[in-house]
Write a protein that binds this ligand. Structure first.
Ligand code: FUB
Length: 378
């Protein structure tokens, strides 16, 4: 049998299930009356990248496009909160105008490598009173019987803000608060709950994420379209804010998340291989706080370690080498005795705007550093 090209795969996998699908490529799956889809993460005849390299792992779902996977374990089950990429009409640009997402769908799994259930729409931009467009990378949290979905979107002035929506179910539907979180700006919320029950939101992203347009505390629509252009000055930092007891507001002003080099100096703006771009994530391993993020235009997922959720964090290295596609965005979670990295590439479409989420095991060295993952098999 001829190996399906990425274009074939993309079209075949996204067609309604009217015809017999190439199950070896798309994975075994069924669709139920409530539009729930289940897919088997394992593919037997794995397609290769254009240059012949074999992907390390396969997309978790193949009948719609997903990115920015935030994974959480609730009651022993794994839930992934991804962006839902769509094929919009905007031209690709440096500010991410081509990421035109309008809603969220949650994925769930009972076992690593097992069936993936894709649940119906959990939140649509039309049901968020303050938001106009671009429902980018979300995250979720749980407290006292309520699930919280955090999401960035542009308001009617074109400024990214961060909203919150709640549900009694981890898969939604979620009901959005009428206003964004007061004092929030930029993109990519990641909410971490520490062992003492206190929660923190990490957020921010440069370029399309507008961090460089929020340096004074107010959104400046005419601010820089790129880095600040001050290569020998400390880089723009992500932000962290403690969450209020109701998980719907900040309990304090957002602070800078300072990332230091090996000499204890803040990473510089010109250090594109290591400076923060977007996609904050926090996890705790053996009592240390691991802040991880994407370097954007150099395409790495990297991490820094600290002793407090507020930092400072010292840069330690790469988690993931560049994937196929411009962006990747990740999460790290412990599940069933192993650690997992969730990330995205463009295997199904070959287009940056149409990504697909994946998972792979993440391993630590005895000294607590993370073993760098290559998204391709040698
Ligand atoms: O998916 C839209 C944006 O692209 C996310 O918010 C960023 O992290 C990047 O993945």
């Amino acid at each position: 049998m001829r190996r399906p090209t990425r274009a074939h795969l993309s079209r075949a996998c996204l067609l309604p299930l009217l015809v017999a699908l190439p199950l070896a490529a798309c994975g075994d799956r069924t669709t139920t009356a409530d539009n729930t889809t289940t897919a088997n993460a394992a593919a037997t005849d794995a397609p290769r990248a254009k240059d012949g390299r074999k992907y390390l792992s396969q997309p978790l779902v193949t009948d719609f496009y997903t990115a920015d996977p935030s994974a959480h374990v609730f009651d022993g089950k794994l839930y992934v909160y991804p962006s839902h990429d769509i094929d919009g009409s905007a031209k690709e640009d440096d500010l991410g105008g081509h990421f035109e997402m309008r809603d969220y769908r949650v994925l769930s799994m009972d076992e690593p490598g097992g069936k993936v259930t894709a649940h119906p729409v959990a939140l649509d931009v039309k049901d968020v009173p303050w938001a106009e467009k671009q429902m980018w990378a979300p995250d979720a949290a749980y407290k006292n019987g309520t699930y919280y979905l955090y999401f960035p979107a542009k308001d009617r002035q074109g400024a990214f803000r961060i909203g919150v929506a709640t549900s009694k179910s981890p898969v939604g539907p979620f009901k959005a608060d009428p206003q964004p979180i007061a004092g929030s700006f930029s993109i990519d919320p990641a909410v971490f709950t520490d062992d003492d029950g206190k929660s923190y939101m990490y957020f921010g992203g440069i370029w399309g994420g507008q961090l460089q347009r929020n340096t004074t505390g107010t959104y400046d629509p005419n601010g820089s379209k790129t880095d600040l252009g001050a290569d020998d000055k400390p880089a723009l930092t992500p932000k962290v804010a403690p969450m209020a007891a109701d998980m719907k507001a900040f309990a304090g002003k957002p602070r800078d998340v300072v990332i230091l080099d090996e000499k204890g100096k803040p990473l510089l703006g010109g250090d594109h291989d290591r400076r923060f771009f977007e996609a904050s994530w926090m996890h705790k391993y053996k009592g240390k706080y691991y802040f991880s993020y994407s370097t954007g235009d150099t395409h790495y997922l990297v991490y820094a370690i600290g002793d407090s959720p507020y930092g400072p964090f010292t840069y330690k290295g790469r988690i993931l080498q560049p994937v196929e596609g411009w962006t990747t965005h990740h999460s790290i979670v412990e599940w069933k005795g192993k650690w997992w990295l969730f990330y995205a590439d463009t295997q199904l479409s070959g287009q940056t705007r149409l990504r697909n989420v994946k998972m792979t095991e993440l391993k630590y060295n005895p000294d607590g550093t993370i073993q760098t993952i290559d998204p391709f098999v040698k």
